[in-house]
Write a protein that binds this ligand. Structure first.
Ligand code: GS8
Length: 216
């Protein structure tokens, strides 16, 4: 049975899973979920896809998963033998470092960058306004995180080492939208972070998805 990813490619979390599927060269069907009519909050979606009423959800036969980072880890493990080796499970040291930077993305990087993108790009699109105080507080937090990335990326080409991994991939969804905001200079002013972003965002598998990520 074909793999099904329920979501929208412009959504950061859906695209995270799509990047992984493309890097692994795995065929899948993207099943659109109509957020505008609240399809993701309706009983059928809550009962069978994601009880938290969010996208994405992923179906592999009778297994249903949600949480984009868990979905991508599952795909990278199931299809370990094909496409890009994203988790480096055959080398315990490399695997350990990939795990570290996967955690850094979700614990330190994602909270400030998602708040900035929401305030600058998403809130106005939904008819709201941008809270500049929230933006500035999160710019300060993100700058400190990126200082650590700059140091790290002066020693290795990618976050976990000299190989592209799932840890790098997980950063791409929010970076993609962030780089279109006036705050992109946080990245372009740090030469190693900028070189890393140029490298990971220009991968063919990644560009297949980002070509359709155009809401902002
Ligand atoms: C977050 C999912 C999420 O925020 C994950 O899968 O990584 N930790 C989860 N989904 C958003 C779209 S992300 O672009 C969503 O479904 N928003 C609509 C809503 O919450 O109503």
């Amino acid at each position: 049975m074909a793999l099904k990813l329920h979501g929208e490619s412009i959504s950061t979390c859906t695209s995270r899973a799509m990047f992984c599927l493309h890097e692994k060269g795995v065929d899948f069907e993207l099943v659109p979920v109509n957020l505008m009519v609240g399809e993701h909050k309706q009983p059928p979606y809550l009962a069978t896809k994601n009880p938290f009423g969010q996208i994405p959800a992923f179906e592999d036969g009778d297994l249903t998963l949600f949480e984009s980072r868990a979905i991508s880890r599952y795909i990278a493990t199931k299809y370990k033998a094909q496409g890009t080796d994203l988790l480096r499970q055959d080398n315990l040291k490399e695997f350990g470092l990939v795990e570290v930077w996967l955690e850094v993305e979700s614990q330190a990087f994602n909270p400030p960058i998602s708040a900035i993108v929401y305030q600058i790009s998403i809130s106005p699109m939904l008819g709201g306004t941008t809270n500049d105080q929230v933006v500035e507080a999160n710019v300060e937090k993100l700058a400190k995180v990126l200082d650590i990335y700059e140091e790290r990326l002066s020693k290795s080409k990618y976050l976990a080492g000299d190989f592209f991994s799932l840890a790098d991939l997980h950063h791409i969804p929010y970076m993609h939208y962030f780089m279109r905001t006036p705050k992109a200079s946080l990245v372009t002013s740090r030469p190693h972070v900028k070189a890393w972003w140029d490298s990971i965002s220009s991968r063919p598998a990644i560009k297949k998805v980002t070509a359709g990520m155009n809401f902002a």
